[in-house]
Design a binder for this molecule. Structure first.
Ligand code: SF4
Length: 481
């Protein structure tokens, strides 16, 4: 689930308007003498609730009036014309998410350790974040205003956690009554208004699998192409999920699910022309089954939900392995190569938080043959990554190794790389060989150099004997060829 920059105080009273946080020098915003801290409360007489409203209400308008509350309390009415398509050059505060009103059996919040960073306890259920970032909502408590907003502002696609179209099952999973669980009318209304939906099923053994899953997929597929795709991801229980109503996902369960869903996928490909229902990568890995081909995933409609990530990675890696060494002339025109040995003294290594996340504090360039380092990843991805890295070593003579890091912070079934904590990464520092270590960039919060357990990235850096690189592996390796 996407994690955004918020404090957990999601119930705070919201003031009207949206606060400007940044102004691009030389922009229209600067010309209008707007300042960070100013709050835009109305555009052309219409109330602004957030930056999506601002975007929507200014889109295509060339004659504008803004009501602005200055930081000193003064209120200004600014009237002006702008060129068609002229950008305001304004940055805005983040959207404060609306909280969900469910009590899902498998809610990730119940699986968090107590000391996890506060933003992990935010139970968002927000159609704006669904549109912007692909966060799933259940639509179970969406208000009439929100429905209207989705339709009026065309906040499409929406990502919807359906889980089951069988009402009893859905209500049970969401911990709400059947009336609230019933979103069939809402879905129909959104689809009729031309809003596309990507659906999700969090698969819980013995609850919404088997015939319930088949019914869900068939019901959703009957709305294709307006319901564009469905992701089926296994419930991931940490060691803190102790609810006896939940059953852990086993390899045998995954194999059975693949068999059952493959039959439907074939049918959908025949009748709809697309796979439509996609199983999460984790299901294939845990089953010990082969990851489907590139064609299976189409344009990877649910890749952010861990569906097709491995296929996409392996295909990118194939291309990387075919890449020819850079033209020597490129060196002559001055491609600078800095080496990892410089990393500790490089100015970038000591600048704290601007930009907030230093994706690659030890950024540098070297040839593939000179690479001698360790790549840390989660247990789920380690075998796939290990195979690809062995091929890279063979082709380029590099000395890269992959270390699978067990997730002891969450424990249970959690084995994805993105949920590795600072303490997990600390634990394996003696297993690191070579002169650098790579970690998945997703383990660092997107807007702050902090890990999932609240550990500062700088603390990790200090504890490691070699520089830490947190950037996309394929991009990184690509620069060394
Ligand atoms: S919708 Fe369910 S899983 Fe999501 S935050 Fe709410 S209770 Fe948790």
């Amino acid at each position: 689930m996407y994690e955004f920059a918020v404090t957990p105080a999601v119930t705070q009273l919201r003031r009207q308007g949206v606060i400007i946080t940044e102004i691009t020098p030389g922009s229209l915003g600067e010309e209008l003498e707007l300042r960070p801290g100013d709050r835009i409360v109305k555009v052309n007489g219409r109330t602004v609730r957030d930056y999506l409203d601002f975007r929507f209400q200014t889109a295509g308008e060339t004659e504008l009036s803004l009501r602005v509350k200055k930081a000193n309390g003064e209120t200004l009415e600014i009237e002006f014309d702008r060129e068609e398509g002229e950008d305001f050059g304004l940055g805005f505060e983040q959207i404060v998410p609306r909280q969900c009103a469910n009590e899902c059996l498998f809610c990730f919040c119940k699986g968090n350790p107590e000391d996890a960073r506060p933003s992990l306890f935010v139970r968002d259920e927000d159609i704006r974040l669904s549109f912007l970032y692909g966060n799933y909502t259940t639509l179970s408590s969406i208000t009439e205003d929100e429905m209207n907003r989705v339709i009026e502002q065309r906040l499409s696609p929406q990502y919807v956690s359906v889980h089951a179209t069988d009402l009893k099952t859905r209500a049970y999973l969401l911990g709400v009554d059947e009336k609230r669980a019933d979103i069939s009318g809402k879905i129909e209304r959104l689809l009729a208004a031309g809003i596309e939906i990507h659906a999700q099923v969090v698969l819980c053994p013995e609850i919404n699998d088997g015939p319930v899953l088949e019914k869900t997929l068939r019901d959703l597929a009957s709305h294709y192409p307006k319901v564009v795709s469905t992701a089926i991801v296994p419930v991931a229980l940490t060691r803190y999920n102790t609810d006896e109503r939940l059953t852990r996902v086993t390899p045998e369960f995954c194999r059975r699910t693949i068999r059952e869903v493959e039959r439907l996928q074939k049918e959908f490909r025949r009748t709809l022309g697309v796979t439509f229902a996609f199983l999460g990568d984790e299901i294939y890995i845990r089953a010990g089954a082969e990851i489907p081909s590139r064609r299976h995933y189409g344009n990877y409609p649910q890749i952010e939900d861990g569906v097709g990530m491995i296929r996409s990675f392996v295909n990118s890696f194939e291309k990387l392995l075919k890449k020819r060494p850079a033209d020597k002339r490129a060196e002559a025109v001055g491609i600078a190569r800095k080496f990892f040995a410089d990393a500790r003294t490089h100015p970038a290594a000591s600048v704290p938080a601007e930009p907030a996340v230093r994706r690659n504090p030890a950024r540098g360039e070297r040839r593939a043959a000179e690479l001698n380092g360790t790549i840390l990843t989660g247990e789920m991805f380690a075998p796939t990554l290990g195979e690809q890295i062995a091929r890279f070593n063979e082709v380029h003579g590099s000395r890269l190794r992959v270390v699978a890091v067990r997730n002891e912070y969450f424990g249970g079934d959690v084995s994805v790389a993105g949920l590795l904590s600072g303490s997990d990464l600390m634990r394996v520092r003696d297993e690191v060989e070579g002169d650098f270590v790579m970690i998945p960039p997703s383990v660092i919060k997107s807007d702050e150099p902090v890990l999932i357990d609240g550990m500062q990235f700088a603390e990790l850096e200090h504890a490691y004997p070699v520089p830490i690189i947190a950037e996309d592996l394929v991009e990184f390796l690509s620069r060394t060829i």
